[in-house]
Design a protein around this ligand. Structure first.
Ligand SMILES: [Fe+2]
Length: 399
């Protein structure tokens, strides 16, 4: 009975994601593109903007070029640097208050996924005053947000192209997924110069998040020809450049490739949604505070292996795409090689394999919520049993 309900929900989500009208952002790409984006602000007629960022980036000098370009082109700006990881709605309200007081006409987000998500909501809240409950769900806002310019400083979440923001309800202590195509930024700069200061651990974790988006999108029952093209492009780029960007943060070709990979993966999963890897990873974030990319990396190969036969042909496509295997290899052998390559990548980048502080008594709740999230929301290739998920999560307990 529950499976029938899950199938119905997956059908609804699939068609909603396919049919939601959305505009693609204008994209500026390559070293220095954040300055090109900043230059467009005055050309587009804005005279004052709010820069949304976090405290670390605000004090790091990373904004200097953008600020100088705005000043040079006669655009005034105010700064809100109060975004924290897993942003809560009170931070969104604080940012919107600055925007309102300073009479800003547009928002420039400079940061990782948390900053981008908070900026999307600040721009929306300004045009749609209300509580977080008013945004909880799909297409709840009546009006588009203020114009939004996005400069991602990490290559992973793809938030610069997705129609979602995850905002924490500080009272109920739950993460609220706000899904609204009116939140997609209008202008994006994928600037490797901005990303070169990203530490290796964050490069690795965010890159594995992008890989998970692309692979889960490719395996999704909601995938289409166009999302498959984007997912394959992301996977090809990640296999070529992620470990390079991890080993040498100043490798601009690798940073540029990873910025594109994250964008392509975001475009793909924004149409197809994700799967059990995210279903489990979100619970590890909620229960153990594990950063999202790390949590995905902890279970990606294990979930792919657990899917079994039903994904062999798809994973074999991906294995051939990244040059694994030899002529005549079976789909199951190619699939095994692809999963092994992800495991090797995880080891190469010394990503943590287990969350801190996972306790056996937390596991039943993690399993229940993972089943509800993945089963109820994602068009997964097949529904897993409770036992299959239990085996994966028990593998994360400390030895
Ligand atoms: Fe993700």
């Amino acid at each position: 009975m529950k499976t029938l309900y899950y199938k119905f929900m997956a059908f609804v989500v699939t068609w909603l994601l396919r049919l939601l009208p959305r505009n693609a952002p204008m994209v500026y790409k390559g070293a220095g593109s954040s300055l090109v984006l900043a230059e467009q602000v005055s050309l587009l007629g804005f005279t004052k903007v709010l820069i949304v960022t976090d405290e670390f980036l605000g004090g790091s000098g990373i904004l200097d070029g953008v600020k100088a370009k705005l000043t040079e082109t006669g655009v005034e700006f105010a700064i809100f640097d109060g975004v924290l990881p897993d942003p809560a709605f009170d931070q969104v309200q604080n940012g919107e208050a600055v925007l309102r007081t300073e009479k800003c006409e547009a928002v420039i987000a400079v940061g990782g996924g948390s900053v981008l998500d908070a900026a999307k909501m600040i721009a929306m809240l300004h045009q749609n005053p209300g509580t977080l409950d008013d945004f909880d769900g799909i297409q709840k806002a009546k009006r588009p947000g203020l114009p939004l310019f996005a400069i991602p400083t990490t290559a992973g979440t793809g938030s610069e192209i997705t129609l979602a923001a995850i905002i924490t309800d500080p009272v109920a202590h739950r993460k609220v997924p706000v899904v609204d195509s009116k939140m997609i930024p209008g202008y994006v700069a994928l600037d490797p110069e901005i990303m070169k200061g990203m530490p290796p651990g964050i490069t690795a974790a965010t890159g594995m998040d992008a890989l998970t988006h692309a692979v889960e999108s490719y395996l999704s029952r909601a995938s289409t020809e166009s999302t498959e093209v984007q997912a394959r492009a992301a996977i090809r780029l990640i296999f070529k450049y992620l470990v390079r960007a991890f080993k040498d943060g100043n490798d601009m070709e690798a940073r540029d490739g990873m910025a594109m990979a994250s964008f392509y993966a975001g475009a793909a999963f924004g149409r197809t949604s994700v799967g059990y890897v995210h279903g489990i990873a979100h619970q590890l974030g909620r229960v153990c505070g594990t950063p999202h990319g790390n949590a995905n990396a902890m279970v990606l190969p294990e979930v792919l292996a657990a899917y079994g036969d039903c994904v062999h042909v798809r994973l074999a496509d991906l294995a051939r795409l990244v040059g694994l295997g030899k002529a005549g290899d079976s789909a199951s052998e190619l699939s095994r090689l692809f999963i092994q390559a992800i495991t090797d990548m995880r080891l190469d980048m010394e990503l943590p394999l287990k969350p801190k502080d996972l306790k056996a008594q937390d596991i039943p709740d993690i399993i229940d919520e993972a089943i509800t999230e993945a089963g109820g929301l994602y068009p997964v290739p097949r529904y897993m049993t409770e036992d299959e998920i239990r085996r994966i999560v028990y593998g994360l307990l400390p030895a």
